[in-house]
Design a protein around this ligand. Structure first.
Ligand code: MG
Ligand code: ZN
Length: 283
């Protein structure tokens, strides 16, 4: 598989809180300190951090809580991003406002054990874990949820489809990038995001690689990035969700092709237990 990385709106899509950004930015110019053995952990958003698909939750705001049939009929496979743009336009036409959408998103429940997992990561010394979100939802939903939950400062980067409300009160969302991966939806290949991010950060770290990379996800579009992981790394697929099934299918059909270790999870506590061991092993 080859992918070409063409960021459509990199500055809008990679959002960092200003103070956090400046502080980190200052460190980036220098090589990491001796003994820096940082881990990198990626999180998907829908059905991973939150226990729902945020796009589906927002549809609650439509009149009667459902979308009209003519709108649903415009969905085309692998063109989901464009479909969602039409859904957001429809909601705006129906008078659904920013505070309503924000409040629905903020109230989406976290997945079991995810708040504990994020608190565990927060409790570690700052150079232990670099935490990144990569999601095919959109920046407005993710920023709203993470901020409300109090976990926004934990995330060094959020990679998602850039979205903001325009003057007419419509949430305008754009595709994250274009790529040529056949496996992924046209607006986002998370494998490209993960590879480009690691390459850039290793350069910024003076060539020093991460000790290990972790990827926590659930969906079919989390399978592609998990294929980029090395044998030292760990894929955390949500148990019995599509990412997990795809990994199992590959393990049966092509033994040895999937290189990373696999730890399935039903609760964030399962991930914590593995990370605790990994940190202890490192000493
Ligand atoms: Mg997901
Ligand atoms: Zn892909």
């Amino acid at each position: 598989m080859s992918c070409c990385f063409t960021p459509a709106h990199p500055s809008a899509a990679e959002i960092e809180p200003a103070a956090h950004y400046r502080r980190r930015r200052g460190n980036m110019a220098e090589a990491p300190p001796p003994g820096d053995r940082r881990f990198l952990i990626f999180f998907d958003f829908d059905e991973t951090l939150v226990d729902e698909t945020s796009d589906d939750m927002v549809v609650q705001a439509a009149p009667g809580g459902v979308l009209p049939g003519w709108l649903k009929d415009t969905y085309r496979p692998s063109r989901y991003n464009e479909y969602m743009q039409r859904v957001l336009a429809y909601l705006a036409e129906q008078g659904v406002t920013e505070p309503t959408i924000r409040s629905i998103v903020e109230q989406i429940p976290a997945c079991p054990g995810i708040p504990a997992l994020l608190r565990f990561l927060q409790s570690r010394p700052p150079r232990d874990f670099e935490v990144v979100c990569v999601s095919d939802a959109n920046t407005f939903f993710i920023e709203s949820w993470l901020t409300r939950a109090g976990f926004r400062p934990l995330f060094l980067r959020v990679f998602s489809n850039p979205a903001q409300f325009d003057r007419d009160g419509q949430l305008q969302m754009r595709p994250f990038h274009s790529h040529d991966c056949q496996r992924c939806p046209s607006n986002m290949c998370k494998a490209v995001v993960v590879r480009e991010y690691i390459a850039r950060r290793v350069r910024e770290r003076g060539g020093r690689p991460y000790q290990r990379v972790f990827y926590v996800g659930d969906g079919a579009n989390d399978f592609c990035p998990s294929l980029t992981l090395s044998p030292r790394d760990i894929a955390f697929p949500r148990r019995d969700f599509p990412m997990h099934r795809l990994i199992q299918e590959m393990a049966e059909a092509q033994p040895g092709k999937f290189r990373a270790s696999v730890v399935s999870w039903a609760s964030g506590e399962d991930v914590i237990n593995t990370l605790r061991k990994v940190v202890e092993e490192r000493g």
